[in-house]
Design a protein around this ligand. Structure first.
Ligand SMILES: C[S@@+](CC[C@H](N)C(=O)[O-])C[C@H]1O[C@@H](n2cnc3c(N)ncnc32)[C@H](O)[C@@H]1O
Ligand SMILES: [Zn+2]
Ligand SMILES: [Zn+2]
Ligand SMILES: [Zn+2]
Ligand SMILES: [Zn+2]
Ligand SMILES: [Zn+2]
Length: 406
């Protein structure tokens, strides 16, 4: 944001520039990464009962207890909490902004084991503190860097391990952190690097896709490597159309990503019957991602691992399920649909049994493209109007259909 403002500086008065500079300084005030990391090291050297962190000030308390008398304090901090700050810090809960839903231990281990099996050595964690802290604390042979908007991580990771960052506009709040990140990219020399990201689900996909494309280009130009940067984007299955609009090469993996603190996204009394709706979207071949054999199987026809309940349809020639249920094929719609849907002769399409035909006829028409079968939110054209991604998607689809014909 500041860079953009600076570009405009010819047009604005000195008075305004001074005001902005004041804002900037206030915003960044209180953050001195080096000093915060020194405090971390001092606290780590103390026995657990003497360690405390002030939530109100977002910093460790070192010989200044009286300043924090009325504040919310966490004391008696264990070694494990120091190396796993996501287990110590209260999650931020703003659904559209920070929204910190944390992976279960099982999902962290699955993702990291997958990276190891694919021979990755460098992991870029964007908004995935649990992956970063797991790698830093217990995985030999992997290096990682965390890019996150939660500034509290300055207190727990050193300047080479954490960059304060906004993924929606690819903005590093400190120039030095941006250089650290570029060095991290360079050190891989264009090989064995992966990016893993779990953005807040309330955010829009296009700016994120733009950011990941920019990082990919940076990676290729800095490393002179010859391939794309492998990416794992964790997002709900129902966002597939939006992701593929911007990044058509991304495929969805059936693995259900589980969370510790999200009532809807894990099994249990409040959880959904079909498990978590969150999946992995990736630009590497899905055939390379082996899923745990207890709940998943390898489909030889699709040449990839899928959920056990995802039965292969011989007519569609795919394993069609997206949501963790077993789909059934409808001959009239010529596609597989959710098991509780029935073909409705009024609407001439499959729908839920208790749907209102009139509603479907009105609401079934997309407000943007006026075609049947999807809502405005899922419209393949909604994000592509005037967008460069539209060309890329068309090209990608053309090249796919050419490949199929050959
Ligand atoms: C849904 S949580 C994902 C946490 C992840 N499941 C884990 O366990 O490591 C979103 C993460 O992205 C971060 N985040 C939110 N908005 C962001 C932004 N604009 N730029 C960068 N990080 C952001 C949050 O601070 C949080 O760590
Ligand atoms: Zn305090
Ligand atoms: Zn299949
Ligand atoms: Zn089918
Ligand atoms: Zn049908
Ligand atoms: Zn109907």
């Amino acid at each position: 944001m500041w860079d953009k403002l600076r570009n405009e500086k010819d047009k604005v008065s000195k008075h305004k520039l001074d005001a902005w500079e004041c804002e900037r300084i206030t915003f960044l005030k209180g953050i001195n990464h080096r000093r915060q990391f020194l405090a971390f090291n001092k606290v780590s050297a103390l026995p657990a009962p003497k360690r405390s962190f002030c939530n109100t000030c977002s910093k460790f308390i070192i010989e200044d207890e009286c300043k924090h008398a009325e504040h919310s304090i966490i004391s008696d901090i264990t070694d494990n909490q120091l190396s796993h700050p996501s287990e110590l810090l209260p999650p931020l809960v703003n659904a559209k902004k920070e929204a910190q839903y944390l992976f279960s231990k099982e999902s962290v281990k699955f993702l990291v084991d997958t990276f190891l099996s694919l021979n990755y050595k460098y992991v870029i964690c964007i908004g995935t503190p649990r992956i970063h802290e797991y790698i830093q604390s217990s995985v030999k042979g992997l290096s990682s860097i965390l890019l996150d908007i939660d500034r509290r991580y300055h207190n727990f990771f050193g300047p080479l391990e954490f960059c304060w960052y906004n993924s929606f506009n690819n903005h590093f709040f400190f120039k030095e952190a941006q250089l650290v990140f570029e060095d991290f990219l360079k050190s891989s020399r264009g090989e064995n690097t992966v990016l893993v990201t779990d953005p807040p689900f309330g955010g829009r996909t296009e700016p994120l896709a733009q950011t990941f494309s920019t990082i990919n280009n940076k990676y290729k130009s800095l490393t002179k490597g010859n391939g794309e940067l492998p990416m794992f984007w964790i997002f709900p299955y129902f966002m597939e159309p939006q992701i593929q609009n911007s990044l058509p090469e991304f495929q969805m993996v059936d693995y259900k990503v589980e969370y510790d603190n999200h009532p809807l996204f894990h099994n249990g009394s409040k959880g959904r019957k079909q498990g978590s709706p969150v999946r992995i979207f990736t630009n590497i071949s899905c055939s390379q991602i082996k899923l745990p054999p207890d709940n998943y199987r390898f489909c030889h026809k699709c040449n990839k691992w899928v959920a056990k309940e995802n039965k292969h349809c011989m007519i569609c020639a795919i394993c069609p399920s997206k949501n963790g249920q077993t789909y059934t094929h409808c001959k009239l719609c010529k596609r597989c649909v959710k098991p509780n849907w029935r073909h409705c002769s009024n609407c001439q399409r499959c729908a839920q049994l208790n749907h209102l035909c009139k509603e479907i006829q009105f609401n079934g028409v997309c407000l943007t493209c006026k075609k049947l079968g999807h809502k405005k939110a899922d419209c393949p054209e909604v994000y592509t109007l005037n967008s460069s991604h539209s060309k890329r998607r068309k090209q990608f689809q053309q090249s796919k259909s050419k490949k199929r014909k050959h």
